[in-house]
Design a protein around this ligand. Structure first.
Ligand SMILES: Cc1cc2nc3c(=O)[nH]c(=O)nc-3n(C[C@H](O)[C@H](O)[C@H](O)COP(=O)(O)O)c2cc1C
Length: 220
């Protein structure tokens, strides 16, 4: 091999090495940015989730890490899809359960609810996590649009009596919306279902061992 060819080979090798090093550096940078972004997104989701949770459970009374005190229940009495149950405790004693999401088919698509129930069976409250109901009709279930969803706070299976857990049009106590009865009817039924499930399963739900690998970011 002539001197000129050797020189050329050296230059090719050098270029290839430089390219390779930059390639690796680029890939590493993308990986680092991606994992940092993913963790940031998860942290935001946890924060949003907890903001909802603490509307339903008194934050100052919660002494456990409820995001890690979670079980998953898969029971058609409650919801067609698996529901995560977050357990809030005060000094080890049962304080409240957060069911999220309890899913119910609405008028236009699935409605996903967060339902918080105190250990005494009284509703801390209900929030709509997502829905596809019609703007101006069914979407008054959204806390941003009306106070309707707040009407569940403080209610329980005895208050009102079980047979009154219906919209007014069906003989119950809950308001429907003008021209939109289906959406509130579905939500009242889903909340009642959750209360009944709670009544039947509460002791077991508080006692079951927590999942060892809870999700990094809860579905908010
Ligand atoms: C385009 C369109 C969208 C509607 N969206 C909803 C809705 O989001 N939620 C709802 O309860 N009803 C909605 N309705 C009305 C329902 O079809 C139904 O008439 C209403 O809920 C009253 O139900 P009821 O007869 O069981 O009382 C919609 C109707 C139309 C035509």
């Amino acid at each position: 091999m002539g001197e000129e060819q050797k020189q050329m080979l050296r230059e090719i090798l050098l270029s290839a090495t430089i390219l390779g090093v930059f390639g690796i550096l680029g890939a590493a940078l993308v990986a680092i940015t991606w994992s940092a972004t993913e963790e940031r997104i998860a942290a935001n989701q946890r924060e949003m989730f907890l903001r909802n949770v603490y509307k339903l459970v008194p934050k100052e009374q919660v002494t456990n890490e409820l995001l890690k005190d979670v079980i998953t229940v898969n029971d058609p009495r409650l919801s067609a899809r698996p529901v995560r149950v977050y357990r809030a405790r005060h000094d080890g004693k049962p304080l409240a359960l957060i069911f999220s999401p309890v899913e119910s088919p609405g008028y236009a698509g699935p409605i996903r609810l967060m339902v918080g129930i105190g250990a005494d069976g009284v509703l801390g409250g209900v929030r709509v996590l997502s829905h596809q109901e019609t703007p101006g009709l069914g979407d008054k279930i959204d806390e941003q649009k009306s106070d309707w969803i707040l009407s569940f706070s403080g209610k329980s299976l005895g208050n009102p009596p079980v047979e009154k857990w219906k919209v007014k049009k069906d003989g119950g106590i809950f308001d429907q919306f003008t021209g939109a009865t289906i959406t509130p009817r579905k939500i009242v039924a889903a909340v009642k279902r959750t209360l009944l499930y709670f009544q039947q399963e509460k002791d077991r739900l508080f006692k079951l061992p927590a999942e060892t690998n809870p999700p990094n970011a809860p579905n908010h």
